[in-house]
Design a protein around this ligand. Structure first.
Ligand SMILES: NC(=O)c1ccc[n+]([C@@H]2O[C@H](COP(=O)([O-])OP(=O)(O)OC[C@H]3O[C@@H](n4cnc5c(N)ncnc54)[C@H](O)[C@@H]3O)[C@@H](O)[C@H]2O)c1
Length: 261
């Protein structure tokens, strides 16, 4: 059920981090994969890492731009065939308190994380509906959709937007038997070339993860494989948290009563 050799999987933000991890996992499972990223050099490097299998299409795309996003999908379909799985992964997470934030930074986060997800999903869904493809659409939200953190007002708001967008799209596409779900990662270790995090932030957050380790792109890729597989046929409009137990509660608190003597 995790064999994707008959699938064409489109992933945005695939030049690095979680997006590349997802693209690689589908490629290893036999899929033809379309990699899109704002950074041309990064997406070319990612394609090279996957090797010359003839199953890879890679190009620069800015998911904030409707025409560019539609052209990315068109190019992928002309090269690899109709898209059956779309992963709207591209996202940015700069950190600035509200009092210091510029309108430009607010807009950049909203345009990338919300408009970009909308445009990617719209392009993929239009193709799937037109062809009668019972496809799978996956968005990347975040634990930040449900739990605020300082400096991330735009990011948290954008990811809450992704969650509700995913649910409504799932309602609208259920009649076409297209599943639409979101993965909400906890802290995942990535290169951080675009959205770097401080060491102190990563170490503090890692200590609060009940499973005792930071997540990896592979952890998220496994969830994406599951949601795109027939195993998840009856799951739609859901948010799958992949975070080592972080959303279960506050594992960093000590016991509230002293141990009995
Ligand atoms: N890493 C984490 O801890 C974490 C946690 C929760 C959610 N997420 C989410 O997962 C997704 C991937 O995050 P990541 O940590 O791998 O980030 P990353 O910075 O490592 O990779 C994101 C990629 O998206 C690309 N990108 C940025 N703007 C783009 C645009 N306008 N068009 C196309 N591509 C664009 C970047 O060039 C980059 O290669 C994001 O949506 C992020 O919010 C990450």
């Amino acid at each position: 059920m995790l064999d994707f050799k008959d699938h064409v999987v489109l992933v945005t933000g695939a030049g690095a981090g979680i997006g590349f991890g997802i693209a690689r996992a589908f490629h290893e499972a036999g899929a033809r994969v379309a990699l899109g990223d704002l950074r041309e050099v990064a997406v070319a490097r990612a394609a090279t890492k996957l090797g010359d299998s003839g199953r890879v299409y890679a190009r620069a795309v800015d998911v904030r731009d409707a025409r560019a996003t539609a052209e990315f999908l068109d190019g992928a379909e002309r090269t690899l065939g109709p898209v059956t799985v779309a992963v709207a992964n591209a996202g940015i997470y700069p950190n600035t308190p509200v009092l210091d934030m510029t309108t430009e930074e607010w807009d950049r986060v909203m345009e990338t994380n919300v408009r970009g997800v909308f445009l990617t999903c719209q392009a993929a869904a239009r193709s799937m509906v037109a062809r009668g493809t019972q496809g799978k659409i996956i968005t990347l939200s975040s634990g930040a959709a449900f739990s605020g953190r300082q400096g991330a007002s735009h990011y948290c708001a954008s990811k809450a937007g992704v969650v509700m967008f995913t649910k409504v799209l799932a309602l609208e596409l259920a009649g076409h038997h297209i599943n639409v779900n979101s993965i909400a990662p906890g802290l995942i270790e990535v290169e951080g070339e675009v959205s770097p995090l401080t060491r102190e932030y990563v170490e503090t957050l890692t200590r609060s993860i009940p499973w005792g380790r930071i997540g990896s792109p592979e952890d998220i890729a496994k969830a994406a494989l599951f949601l795109a597989s027939p195993l998840a046929e009856f799951i739609t409009g859901e948010v799958l948290a992949v975070n080592g137990g972080s959303s279960a509660g506050r594992a960093f608190l000590p016991l509230s009563t002293p141990p009995s003597p």
